[in-house]
Design a protein around this ligand. Structure first.
Ligand code: SF4
Length: 637
């Protein structure tokens, strides 16, 4: 299990009585149907499969359910807690006495489906606000008795827990305020009675907010109850960062981005736990994963062998192990695209996400064709910046500065669409990677006094800070409230507000916590992480640099790594003399990288054997030309 041992122990302690209750309720004195239909010695294998895409949570509880029913049941998970799965993906193999297996099935799935449903809905909300500074919180609206399980599942989805219960925080709500005779009186009594507990106060309007802001010392948090987004924005302006603000009431997936755009710090959503749909998961008797996957891998290997030198398979570092095992090259996006272009292969199969296949198509030699096993595998970060959005910002810069083309160098991170790379090519701009962003920014500042960096605000800010640019010289573009012309003139670095929903999940408290758990451990953060995480880390760098740091360190070295979890686990397996752990308790996985599976890679290769080009990625010649111009400016540095 990927979560910390303490979190799993706490979860299992809370789950034990619930498991006993659920089994007593469901199985009682015995599963009549299984007892009647199966011979006592029958052994069965079953596969637990996701029937819908989602995020998995609750595997330790499922293991415990099976063990409660029969210690002879073997449960083998194939995914990690918090990992995104696609429809049809194998979650676990379970085998053992048939009667026990079927008796435990419903109870085990009920826990897994509910917890994974919560994690899935939480991740949707966390992803929706990933480009803002807002943190998604749960509430106490949990199923009675399931508080620890529900809140654990929220964490698996990337959310953050609000108070656990009534005893660990003072939250003064409207009824307390009315009963105490006002906000100030209620705060005074709470401070006198519980001086060590954090205090949050709920306010219903601006007058109550003003009163709450007068509290000395300042409150730990103020809750804006059921306000409109206009009222929230006014509250944010009035508060001016003095106290963290939480928005609550009627928080839906559709509305959450508008709420986050008001500038509130926290958003709590009762719907994450009180009315969440269960994730569709089933258990089917059948062969084990090992048999099936071996057969699929054998088919892929045989198709690859038949295609010989005509084919090259590229596997990004964040891919599944079974995919990298079949790849000719493993690496990051640009390195892979360049390596493929140096081969004689006619067909490049890029096991990665869409923008990576586009880069390979742009850099490919004439005649080379690029395929991707799943055409819908996009990149959350790349998708945060559209050509229209960037063009709008460019026009605002043009209006504010006289001529954007004279004043501003556009820089796009390689994790962006071909259209944005072409935009940079046309406007004298350039592409960068996480490994060369500092050299590229230095070059950009030699061309013109300002630069516009997209789509990753964190890579742009982290690199600019490293080069000595001050915070006050940077401006993050806000699509909802366009910056004024004077504020654009006062800044020299413009950041698109994009972020990677995987790297954005690392927080400063993860650094503190891992250093407590592993004294002396060194922390390395990918520069797509937030600036406050990078500032606390011992090292920062691209995937290539992270790998180099580990490889060059002495046996016995300890590393906590803030990047996609598959790469971190692989690093640990490949360096057994080191201790290498993910930085976060709930290590994040890239869900779109997960979309490449042994099944769709095999289908791609077998189609190729029949001369069928499936999922070809092409870039329009005009766009490809200008994108290449921007890429070549970078490669020439
Ligand atoms: S890890 Fe982040 S940047 Fe990389 S492909 Fe996934 S979403 Fe995109």
């Amino acid at each position: 299990m990927s979560t910390s041992a303490d979190a799993v122990s706490e979860l299992l302690a809370a789950a034990r009585p619930l498991i006993e209750l659920a089994l007593a309720e469901d199985v009682g004195p015995g599963d009549a149907t299984s007892l009647a239909t199966l011979e006592p010695g029958t052994q069965l294998h079953a596969r637990i499969i996701a029937k819908a895409p989602g995020v998995i949570a609750g595997l330790p509880v499922v293991t415990s359910v099976f063990r409660h029913v029969d210690p002879d049941i073997a449960f083998t998970p194939y995914v990690q807690e918090g990992q995104a799965v696609i429809r049809g993906e194998l979650i676990a193999d379970v085998s053992g006495p048939g009667r026990s297996l079927l008796a435990a099935e419903r109870t085990a799935l009920n826990f897994l489906q509910r917890m994974s449903g919560i994690a899935t809905e939480t991740q949707k909300m966390v992803n929706a606000v990933a480009t803002t500074g807002a943190t998604i919180l749960d509430t106490r609206k949990t199923v009675p008795g399931f508080r620890v399980l529900d809140k654990y599942a929220v964490r698996m989805g990337g959310g953050t827990n609000h108070r656990m219960s009534l005893y660990d925080m003072v939250l003064i709500k409207d009824n307390h305020i009315d009963g105490a005779g006002g906000i100030t009186a209620a705060i005074g009594r709470a401070r006198a009675a519980y001086p060590n507990l954090p205090i949050e106060v709920e306010v219903r309007d601006q007058d109550e907010l003003r009163e709450a802001l007068h509290a000395v010392p300042p409150l730990d948090r103020i809750l804006l109850d059921n306000m409109t987004t206009t009222q929230m924005r006014t509250a944010v302006e009035l508060t001016a960062g003095r106290v963290p603000l939480e928005a609550s009431g009627n928080v839906t997936l559709e509305r959450v981005i508008d709420i986050a755009a008001t500038g509130v710090d926290f958003i709590s959503a009762g719907s994450l736990t009180h009315s969440v749909p269960a994730l569709d998961i089933s258990m089917k008797i059948g062969p084990t994963m090992v048999t099936d996957d071996s057969a699929l891998a054998e088919r892929a290997r045989s198709a690859k062998a038949a295609l010989g030198g005509r084919l090259v398979i590229l596997g990004h570092h964040y891919q599944r192990d079974e995919i990298t095992a079949l790849s000719d090259f493993r690496g990051d996006s640009l390195q892979l695209a360049r390596e493929a272009a140096q081969t004689d292969a006619e067909i490049i199969v890029f096991c990665g996400v869409h923008f990576m296949a586009e880069v390979a198509a742009i850099l490919a030699r004439p005649g080379q064709r690029v395929l991707i096993p799943d055409m819908t595998a996009g990149c959350y970060l790349a998708d945060t910046a559209t050509p229209q959005g960037v063009q709008t910002a460019w026009m605002a810069l043009d209006a504010a500065l006289g001529s954007a083309d004279d004043q501003v160098t556009p820089i796009t991170y390689v994790n962006s669409s071909a259209a944005l790379k072409a935009f940079c090519g046309r406007h004298g701009g350039i592409v960068c990677t996480s490994g060369n962003a500092d050299r590229v920014i230095q070059w950009a500042l030699e061309q013109r006094p300002r630069f516009f960096f997209f789509p990753d605000q964190h890579l742009g800010a982290n690199t600019a800070l490293k080069l000595g640019v001050k915070h006050e010289d940077m401006l993050t573009w806000d699509e909802h409230h366009q910056p004024t012309a004077p504020s654009l003139r006062e800044s020299r670095v413009y950041l698109w507000p994009g972020a990677c929903n995987v790297h954005q999940r690392f927080r400063p408290d993860h650094v503190t916590s891992v250093r407590t758990r592993f004294p002396g451990i060194r922390v390395v953060a990918h520069p797509e992480c937030r600036a406050d995480v990078v500032a606390l880390a011992d090292e920062s760098g691209s995937t290539a640099r992270i790998i180099r740091l580990v490889e060059d360190s002495a046996p016995g070295s300890q590393w906590a790594v803030a990047t996609e979890s598959r790469m971190v686990y692989r690093l640990q397996r490949e360096h057994p003399d080191h201790l290498i752990v993910p930085l976060a308790d709930v290590p994040p996985f890239c869900s779109t990288m997960s979309q490449t599976t042994l099944a769709n890679l095999t289908a791609t290769l077998e189609a190729l054997q029949n001369d069928e080009l499936r999922n070809e990625v092409t870039v329009e010649p005009e766009l490809a030309h200008w994108a290449r111009v921007a890429l070549e400016r970078m490669l020439a540095l």
